[in-house]
Design a protein around this ligand. Structure first.
Ligand SMILES: NC(=O)c1ccc[n+]([C@@H]2O[C@H](COP(=O)([O-])OP(=O)(O)OC[C@H]3O[C@@H](n4cnc5c(N)ncnc54)[C@H](O)[C@@H]3O)[C@@H](O)[C@H]2O)c1
Length: 253
């Protein structure tokens, strides 16, 4: 394992200078905020999304539908060909579909599971090859409090896919640890992004979170990005298989 992943100087930075990162879902919300944080911390970031990524949001942008495993392989190959290495993968891309259980058919199941879980598995599998070869790497998979509380009404497949992300992380963390590849989950609660607002059906966004969340507000995408930054930095060098909740204390209740 790379011994540089330990911080003896409390004034040191994140240790991301020159590190090469892929951030999925970088066109919006948490993925976009994470790409910006990693760029600011010195990493060379390739953002990936099925939607257009704003110019300047990251160093490179790749358009890909990550629900297709072949596209995941292509993304990693492209980054390796351009950068020569891969240090960090953040899997933030996902979709939310609000459909009742009665109306959930196999096509809806496949759509959500492929976009939310198969995509993370395929990205992890592709990224792990170069990381394990170099015996160094960090992977962060974004799950949701829905994995623990069943999620909002009419979003069962989303919640199920996010439960799968927790098991995916633990399984890979166990198997990759000996090769120096650390795999963790960040578990956001209610975050002010297009997806967060889309899933919301209450009377008032602010009033809803003020009443429901111990910290009395929804979270910001940047606050989730900060947790991800910790996990991929030198400061997270002894953390693997962990689920880091970023939910304002939501699950305390
Ligand atoms: N916002 C919240 O309240 C909240 C809460 C818990 C968990 N999360 C999780 O955080 C992550 C980011 O969500 P967000 O709130 O930023 O959502 P968002 O909708 O703002 O961004 C998600 C991005 O993923 C992209 N994407 C979706 N499917 C894709 C595919 N097949 N291939 C490539 N890109 C694809 C979208 O185009 C979009 O740009 C997701 O995994 C989500 O499940 C969000």
């Amino acid at each position: 394992m790379n011994p540089s992943h330990s911080v003896d100087d409390p004034g040191a930075g994140f240790g991301l200078d020159g590190k090469v990162a892929i951030v999925t879902g970088a066109a919006s919300g948490i993925g976009r905020a994470t790409a910006a944080r990693l760029v600011a911390a010195g990493a060379r970031v390739t953002g990936v999304d099925v939607k257009p990524i704003a110019p300047g949001a990251c160093d490179h942008a790749i358009a890909a539908d990550l629900a297709k495993p072949a596209a995941c392989e292509r993304v990693v190959d492209e980054v390796l060909a351009r950068e020569g290495r891969l240090d960090i993968l953040v899997n933030a891309a996902a979709i939310l579909r609000r459909v009742s259980i009665a109306e959930t058919d196999a096509a809806l199941w496949d759509e959500v599971m492929d976009a939310n879980l198969l995509s993370q598995f395929a990205m992890c599998r592709a990224a792990a090859r170069p990381m394990r070869r170099r015996r160094d790497g960090r992977i962060v998979n974004v799950s949701s409090t829905a994995a623990f509380n069943g999620g909002a009404d009419n979003s069962s497949v989303y919640a199920i896919s996010k439960g799968g992300v927790l098991a995916l992380t633990k399984s890979l963390a166990r198997q990759f640890a000996a090769d120096g590849v650390l795999v963790n989950t960040v578990c956001p609660g209610g975050i002010d992004t297009p997806m967060g607002r889309h899933g919301f059906t209450g009377p008032s966004w602010d009033a809803h979170f003020a009443a429901k969340v111990p910290l009395r507000r929804a979270g910001r995408a940047e606050e989730v990005a900060d947790a991800i930054l910790f996990l991929v930095s030198d400061w997270g060098s002894y953390v693997t298989g962990h689920t880091l909740d970023v939910e304002g204390g939501l699950m305390l209740r």
